[in-house]
Ligand binder design. Sequence first.
Ligand SMILES: [Zn+2]
Length: 349
Amino acid sequence: MLLWLLILHTGYSQTITPNKKVIVITTDGLRWEDVFNGLDTAILNKKAFQHADSTATAINFGGTTSEERRKKLMPFFWSTIVEKGQIHGNRNKGSFVDNSNPYWFSYPGYSEILTGQVDTAVNSNEYKPNPNTNFFEYLNTLPFYKNKVIAFGAWDAFKRILNEKRSGFPVINGNHVDSALPKDPQMKLLASLIEESYQPFGKDETLDVFIKYQSLHYLKTKKPNAMYISFGETDELAHAGNYPEYLKAANRFDAFLKEIYNFINTDPEYKGKTVILITTDHGRGDLIKSQWTSHGQKVKDSHQIWYAMLGSGVDSLGEITINEQVFQKELIHKVAKIINVSFESIKSK
Ligand SMILES: [Zn+2]
């Protein structure tokens, strides 16, 4: 009777109640060129982009073929994800993934991912709290996800991008420590480290390692049903022109994915019930045509991105080698489809 009333009331019937867990993970400005081809020797060989341990990096991530190099750089991507999930964006093989927004920098990119549409008014990293509702905010209105939604961002802007005040779920940001963190005996030391350590990217962005341990701990102890995690070092180190450290950040990101997946794959609450989307906010240039260190409208091709999916309901397609054109704003709707919900962002005043 109640269900019937619900159908009458909402005008549509939802035969399957959403009950899949959702994890979206991003790393800022990681180039598709490096994801699919691994270490770029031409960049590494330029003196300007070499740093103290360039040689060691070359040995760690070097190889004669793209396949060999990318597997060294991102071993989890090119073993588990390629076997069990799907990886899109290798333009050399016909898979095109792009920003739909015309700006090719962070706030517009994250807004496009998380709201599943483009608002061209969102045109600055300093933009006000996002007037567009996001996917996680929508999930937080559904019974299965209610008060089981969380976001962790290395960069301070996520409180605005996800409009924490309006959206009603916690957004743990940058160098700030979640007030609950020091109260947890296991996390007390981490809270002190965040507060007391050197902040190489300034007060607005923390090291990925702090986001890693906070989010993993939260996942294992609080068991959220929807979670967003954002890493930032790949962008910071590329802007700094430090190719070896940029590669090492990509390698650590991959290791983090492995850790998340290993937990999900062994925990009965998550195993077989979780869908994971992995992507980036924007691309970068390359060595020949523009600047690999930078991005934005003035940097040719920096709208070129990639994404991967893994988990329950995700077809094992591996590396996509058929012709396709996917836009960033479509990604969250692919997740929505798998968990059997329909989301549309609404613009508030
Ligand atoms: Zn950037």
